[in-house]
Design a protein around this ligand. Structure first.
Ligand code: IPT
Length: 978
């Protein structure tokens, strides 16, 4: 550390300004005929603890050699050095991981010196200019080429370019970049994610021939009244615009009107063209569409749009935010295949190639600026907030400008978002004014200033259903200022974040979707968030798991809050994604088995149903009886029709009959193959959906030397516990269970005012219930075991009676639960827990599946016959918690090689089935998946009721109808070992 005189100006990395020396921002282009040299690859790298800990000879000295002995190592660029063995990633959500004193940053400021030597390719032109382009560097860079300093910049996820033509040599160019992890810019980049410094996007050298395109702006509107596209391309310098497919050859600045197919996320029609100037040909991908706020609605091409969106951070478990093209493509394909039609680029402009994929494959994009100052919310009235500090305003406007200029030619981008969670301030106004002036053809979004003064939307995050409904009716509470209130009340409504997908959940998606369909003002939302940001680690014994905040030596961190996505870190879809996919299906179908019809509604905004083929299937007890294609007219958007089903196929197969209708892609598309399922509906018609309790009396229990014998079973004479059923010795007899390993949503977020359920449950002791035996009674109608289940130190309890009867080779177990004392909390669940030997590793069931389902997350579960191993039934939430329940089960069989199969049949009502190799207590104690060690027992849960999931890990808890309140419960199952 060198001494700095007291009165010296602050260094560039503590400067409020965005930097100096670089060129004005301009449009990103998919392709051009100008030469380009990628500088990606292996660079030399050295890490220092402080910003000025090492001298700058690496950048300026002609004879410098990056010696291993002097701490130089190879480093992959693009990449984050903390993911390549130098330092460590760190996670905080709201809090800045350094003292808050803008624009100052800590002396401990990890600084990476990057150096790369390159030659120009043979064919690199001698004439013209050359530009050095950085697509993303976190958080502040100082750049030298061939010993000459080019400038400095801040603004991590934004492009920065320098003119370098005069400095280039044919061979042996030395590019040196000093990157500081912390800068004044860090105060503007307090997004909820890992802090990952480095040159994490490409570095390119771009040739700029004389007369090359400096910048261009494609204006491609769609006049929905005439069906014409309206094209005008601004360019400097001027040139010509060619769109052969439309027969267009016009001058830049000139307007053309031609009949076109419009661009929408559902029909992403792009026209390829070219912009030709004297020195360059630049590819154009033109999508004709017009965005408007009209009649209080956000419209594209004259129609209201419903966003079925997600918030997407850039994340890859090995590469952090240094995403490759294949991963970006995978994200877009996964979104499309899961019926998602919109993405908010939380909370920074993504890699530009991602937007190109959105153009091509069709997603509405809310492009968000690289801005968040959330950490200031912890101080009184957001004291010190950079968006309310005019010294930061130039940097804010610079960020808005870099985003808009870079991304302005993407048809998929329909909304500019100023940033996330910055409270309110004039700096936001300055950004919004700059954007509106430069691009009046898109809408502007900002959420965190609830007056909506700088936004075309009334936008909220995590608003509960009831409030969304109120807003949908334009009946929200008024703002004090009548003018602002009038503006906000006439604005369309968005949930820029909702349904916090952390761990098990989110619950309540279907109910939100209903509100979006009912109220035209509610134009949908963006689930928080797309992917879990978990980094792979291994235990000392070599067991892999995903790490989260606190696993990397951070002194301050926010734990597993960084794992709250619809995808697991390795991009495996979580049950939450499957649920969302079902809830946002583009076709709604409702089967009326009595009338023999299915009501089909096209729930898309633009396309007709022509892309889909429909089919029907009739199954009995999960086995197909008949099926075939279903002819559905190509209904327009919003239209519906009643379509006749064929007559119910005759069959003598006994069991529950189920109609299923499905819509699938009729032909291959760019994002999925023909046959890919987009929607389905089901309806059971069964003669015996669930068996009623048998009424015929069975044999009476009797005491024997071994215990109490009842039909096929033997019970312990002292406590009435089931010991054996037929040939199956039961190691752990069924008994009442109310505990589940709290989910992130059960735990709730620390800032929640509402009751956090798991906290109440644990305080009450529901995780340590004791079972007191009150009596074992034998009677003609069976064996009755009475008990009281209650935790220490509590006056509440559950009087529980198990009544056993023998029916043929089966046992009928009826359980009654009567709450005692002043219960004031909900229950996690009510059900039975029993243990089988570890060999019981396969489960077959007729019920909901194939995946897990809870009361408010059960839309995606289809009634059918499913089969899985016990291991495959587990959902590997990054932080272990309750998971894996199969709902709506009519019967289930647990099988082991060479041992009798246990068959459980639902009586009166279906049950929820869970089987795992550890107990809820083990699950509760585990911090990572690697802590879950299989035991000698397969624990089987036959649950009668569960508390809902909700979304309280950040938003509202389960809706009241999904609260599991103590009351009298009575439920029954039949057990057989065959
Ligand atoms: C909201 C943030 O905008 C988002 O970045 C993320 O942190 C999310 O919450 C939670 O995962 S802010 C929240 C405190 C309302």
């Amino acid at each position: 550390m060198r001494n700095r005189p007291e009165d010296a100006p602050l260094p560039y990395y503590e400067d409020f300004s965005p930097g100096h020396g670089d060129l004005p921002p301009r449009a990103w282009r998919p392709a051009s005929d100008a030469a380009r040299l990628s500088l990606d690859g292996t660079w030399d790298f050295r890490l220092s603890d402080t910003a000025e800990g090492a001298d700058t000879a690496f950048a300026t000295a002609e004879d410098f050699r990056p010696d291993a002995a002097a701490g130089w190592h190879p480093l992959a660029v693009p990449g984050h050095w903390v993911l390549q063995g130098h330092g460590a990633p760190a996670y905080t959500n709201v809090r800045y991981p350094f003292p808050v004193d803008p624009p100052r940053v800590p002396t401990e400021n990890p600084t990476g010196d990057h150096r790369r030597v390159f030659d120009l390719p043979e064919e690199w032109p001698e004439d013209g200019e050359s530009v050095l382009r950085f697509d993303g560097v976190e958080s502040c860079a100082r750049v030298w080429l061939n010993g000459r300093e080019l400038g400095v910049f801040q603004g991590s996820r934004l492009p920065h370019e320098f003119a370098v033509g005069g400095l280039l040599r044919r061979a042996g160019n030395v590019l040196a970049v000093r990157v500081h992890q912390w800068s004044a810019g860090s105060y503007l980049e307090d997004q909820d994610m890992w802090w990952l410094p480095g040159i994490f996007r490409e570095v390119n050298l771009l040739h700029r021939p004389a007369g090359a395109v400096e910048d261009h702006f494609v204006h491609a509107g769609f006049d929905h009244a005439t069906g014409e596209g309206v094209l005008r391309v601004e360019s400097s310098p001027a040139g010509r615009v060619l769109v052969p497919e439309l027969g267009l050859d016009l001058a830049t600045g000139e307007e053309a009107r031609v009949p076109v197919e419009p661009w929408t996320a559902e029909t992403p029609r792009l026209y390829t063209g070219e912009l030709v100037t004297e020195g360059e040909r630049v590819e154009l991908r033109i999508g004709f569409r017009t965005v408007a706020i009209e009649d209080g609605l956000f419209k594209v091409n004259g129609r209201r749009v419903l966003f079925r969106g997600v918030n997407r951070h850039e994340f890859h478990p090995e590469r952090g935010r240094a995403l490759d093209l294949a991963t970006m493509r995978e994200d877009v394909l996964l979104m499309k295949r899961n019926n998602i039609n919109a993405v908010r680029t939380s909370h920074y402009p993504p890699h530009p190639a991602f937007l190109q994929l959105c153009d091509e494959l069709g997603l509405w994009v809310v492009d968000e600026c690289d801005l968040e100052t959330h950490g200031f919310c912890d101080f009184e009235d957001w004291r010190g907030n950079p968006v309310a500090d005019e010294r930061f305003t130039p940097a804010l406007v610079d960020r808005a400008r870099r985003m808009v200029e870079r991304d302005k030619n993407h048809p998929s981008v329909v909304v500019w978002s100023l940033g996330n969670e910055c409270g309110a301030g004039e700096g936001l106004g300055a950004m919004s004014r700059w954007i509106r002036e430069r691009d009046p053809e898109r809408a502007v979004h900002y959420e965190n200033d609830h007056t909506s003064r700088d936004s075309d939307f009334y936008s909220r995050m995590y608003a509960p259903h009831a409030e969304v409904e109120l807003i949908g009716r334009r009946e929200e509470e008024a703002l004090e200022d009548p003018e602002l209130d009038a503006h906000r009340r006439s604005s369309p409504f968005l949930l820029c974040e909702y349904a916090h997908a952390m761990g098990n959940g989110p619950g309540g998606l279907a109910e939100y979707q209903r509100l979006f369909r009912e109220h035209e003002r509610c134009q949908g939302g963006f689930v928080w968030e797309w992917i879990d940001h978990g980094f792979p680690k291994t235990t000392a014994d070599g067991v892999p798991y995903f790490g989260y905040g606190g696993d990397f030596g951070e002194e301050l961190h926010d734990g597993s809050f960084v794992c709250d996505g619809l995808l697991f870190p390795d991009r495996t879809p979580s049950p939450g994604l499957l649920e969302y996919r079902k809830v946002i299906e583009p076709v709604l179908m409702e089967i009326d088995p009595v009338a023999g019809v299915v009501e089909v509604r096209n729930d898309q905004d633009f396309a007709d149903l022509g892309a889909f083929a429909f089919e029907w299937v009739y199954e009995v007890e999960g086995e197909s009886v008949a099926g075939g294609p279903l002819t559905v007219p190509p209904l327009g958007p919003g239209a519906s029709a009643r379509v006749e089903l064929p007559g119910r196929p005759g069959t003598d197969r006994p069991g529950t009959g189920v109609w299923t209708v499905r819509a699938a892609l009729a032909a291959d598309t760019a994002w999925a193959a023909r046959g890919h399922r987009v929607a389905w509906a089901q309806r059971a018609v069964g003669e015996r959906a669930v068996e009623p309790a048998p009424t015929t009396p069975g044999p009476a229990p009797r005491r024997t030397d071994e215990g109490i014998a009842l039909g096929p079973a033997l019970f312990d004479a002292r406590d009435g516990a089931l010991l054996r059923l037929g040939g199956l010795a039961v190691p752990h007899a069924p008994r009442l269970d109310v505990w589940r390993a709290p989910t992130d949503n059960d735990l709730g977020a620390s800032w929640q005012d509402d009751e956090r359920h798991a906290e109440v449950w644990r305080a009450l002791g529901l995780d340590r219930m004791r079972h007191r035996l009150d009596g074992v009674a034998l009677a003609d109608d069976g064996l009755t075991v009475r008990s009281r289940v209650a935790p220490a130190a509590a006056e509440v309890g559950l009087a529980t009676t198990y009544h056993w009867r023998a029916v043929g080779d089966e046992l009928l177990l009826t359980v009654t639960v009567q709450p005692e004392g002043p219960w004031r909390s909900t229950l996690p669940k009510v059900g039975l827990r029993l243990g089988l030997p570890a060999a019981y590793g396969t489960v077959t069931w007729f019920g909901g599946g194939p995946g897990e389902a809870y009361p408010d997350t059960r839309q995606a579960a289809a009634l059918g016959r499913h089969r899985a191993t016990v291991d495959a039934l587990q959902t590997p939430y990054v932080r272990p918690q309750e998971n894996g329940a199969r709902a709506d089960v009519r019967w289930a069989e647990l099988a082991a090689d060479g041992a009798p199969t246990l068959r459980v049949t639902a009586v009166d009502e279906p049950f929820t089935l869970t089987a795992r190799r550890w107990t809820p207590e083990h699950l509760d104690a585990a911090r990572h998946t690697s802590d879950l060690v299989p035991s000698e027992t397969v624990w089987v849960h036959l649950d009668h009721a569960h508390h809902g999931m909700g979304s309280q890990s950040c938003g509202p808890g389960p809706l009241p109808e999904y609260h599991l309140l103590p009351r009298e419960f009575r439920f029954a199952v039949r057990l057989a070992a065959r």
